[in-house]
Design a binder for this molecule. Structure first.
Ligand code: GLN
Length: 476
């Protein structure tokens, strides 16, 4: 649908005059307008994007442009861009303007990418369907009666509907991989610490990661490579060496050992998803990859541990929204503590309130040991499971989600049902390891099915190499 297959080809076409960046931006803006009902964007930076296109087109022609020159990127509305709103799709931040730019976004700008707007998401990135947004739900571009997944639903929908070349999201428990799977695009959650969190609104600080969505593995690789690296402004960012990914995207000479954990293929998994994943495993075996059965014995505790630990961290992180320092303040004339209460009650949506209450509960005296400390111990056991597995295999292959995209409203009245969507994705955040979701087929309703690949910490290269092999050699 786009007149190029990836950023490499786009750049070449602009250089040789076969593609006008100005027209490219205009056609994206027109598509955004035509697809307004998807509700993928919270706001569009049309004038800025047009001005950038002109400036960057000149740079490209002069041979002075960066690696991402002209790549059109949408940014989840939880990442800051100086002098632009960052709403987190919440009423409490509806009128908030960022005072600095997130490092991940700045790195894209420095390489001459064009930011086209901020995308809709679940409020404060809490959700699996994008139905928790103060700006209304996002529709899945493949079937408008269905959700795009969450919480980065707007980013996934924008990439799938070709409203941009790529998009940024955040992944605390699956918010990049699950919507990527529901919308049929590629999405990568990096190792914790690989990409700076500076300028990312905190949800659960020991789980949060920034990553990208794209329509192909090359674009995802170049974005991951550019955004990676130590940042003085985020003390949890890592100075672990950044591998050259885009120059090494050929899996031909690496026969990875691929692990299959029975815990990820058990009850509750849709039979069509199981079948498509099994077919892929068979094709990989036929291509010479070694397939090894492994076990991740603590998998059944991931959802419980995840929702105890992330709500605990969220309850602390969200304490800053008090009507004084940031965002919405109640109009009620009330004493200070009443003012805090009223501002928060008016500003937060119901899922955010549920998480703050759950988190406050598990941290409270008397429950702290029983829930919070216990969950921390479980987190360690889950991490140990992965360490052990990665002694035997290079990559673990699982389905990304237990079902394909569900209908709007289908799960919104039952939080537990909704949380179970994250059953295969939260483990990577508990263990801090990288994960990718890649599209591998469709179910009988024509809805995308995804496979998740997991690797050991800082091994994004293997994930992207195997994804590239699958994209180029298996699904050609
Ligand atoms: N769906 C998960 C949740 O609701 C994951 C969210 C995320 O990764 N930001 O917590």
């Amino acid at each position: 649908m786009l007149p190029y297959s990836d950023q490499k080809e786009k750049l070449n076409k602009i250089k040789s005059g076969k593609l006008s960046l100005k027209e490219n931006i205009e056609s994206f803006l027109q598509r955004i307008e035509e697809n307004k009902k998807l509700n993928a964007f919270n706001f569009v930076l049309d004038n800025e994007a047009k001005a950038d296109a002109e400036r960057i087109e000149q740079k490209i022609k002069a041979g002075k442009a960066g690696r991402l020159a002209g790549m059109v990127i949408a940014v989840k509305d939880v990442l800051s861009i100086k002098d632009k709103p960052t709403t987190c799709s919440s009423d409490i931040l509806r009128s908030f303007t960022s005072v600095y730019t997130a490092t991940a976004v700045q790195k894209l700008i420095d390489e001459d990418a064009i930011i086209i707007g901020k995308t809709n998401c679940d409020e404060f990135a809490m959700g699996s369907s994008n139905e928790n947004s103060a700006f209304g739900p996002v529709l899945n571009p493949i079937d408008n009666e269905r959700v795009p997944g969450g919480s980065s639903g707007g980013s996934a929908a924008a990439v799938a509907a070709k409203l941009c070349d790529a998009a940024l999201g955040s992944d605390t428990g699956g918010s990049i991989r699950q919507p990527a799977s529901f919308c049929g695009v590629y999405g990568l959650k990096p190792t914790y610490g690989r990409i700076s969190r500076y300028g990312l609104t905190a949800f659960a600080s020991s789980f949060d990661t920034v990553g990208a969505f794209a329509n192909n593995v090359y674009d995802l690789s170049i974005l991951t490579e550019v955004m990676s690296g130590k940042d003085e402004k985020d003390s949890t960012s890592s100075d672990n060496k950044i591998p050259e990914i885009t120059n090494n995207l050929t899996a031909d000479d690496r026969k990875f050992r691929i692990g299959i954990a029975k815990e990820y293929f058990g009850k509750g998994l849709s039979s069509e998803i199981r079948e498509e994943n099994k077919k892929l495993i068979k094709k990989l075996a036929d291509s010479g990859f070694e397939i090894i059965d492994i076990t991740l014995p603590h998998s059944e505790y991931t959802i419980a541990a995840y929702y105890i630990l992330t709500t605990a961290e969220a309850s602390s992180n969200l304490a800053r929204y008090d009507g004084v320092k940031y965002g919405h303040r109640t109009k009620e004339k009330a004493p200070l503590t009443e003012m805090y209460k009223a501002s928060r009650s008016e500003g937060f949506g119901s899922e955010v309130k549920r998480r703050i209450m759950l988190g406050t509960y598990v941290l409270s005296h008397g429950y702290y040991d029983a829930y919070y400390i216990k969950a921390q111990k479980v987190r360690r056991l889950i991490k140990n499971d992965f360490d052990e597995a990665f002694n035997k295999v290079d990559i673990i292959l699982t389905p990304t989600t237990p079902t394909t995209a569900f209908k709007l409203g289908e799960k919104s009245s039952d939080p537990l049902e909704m949380y179970l969507n994250d059953i295969f994705t939260t483990s990577a955040n508990l263990a801090g390891i990288p994960g990718i979701s890649i599209p591998i087929g469709k179910d009988s309703n024509g809805l995308p099915i995804g496979t998740q690949l997991l690797a050991k910490q800082f091994d994004e290269l293997s994930l992207l190499q195997l994804s590239y092999f699958i994209e180029q050699k298996i699904f050609t």
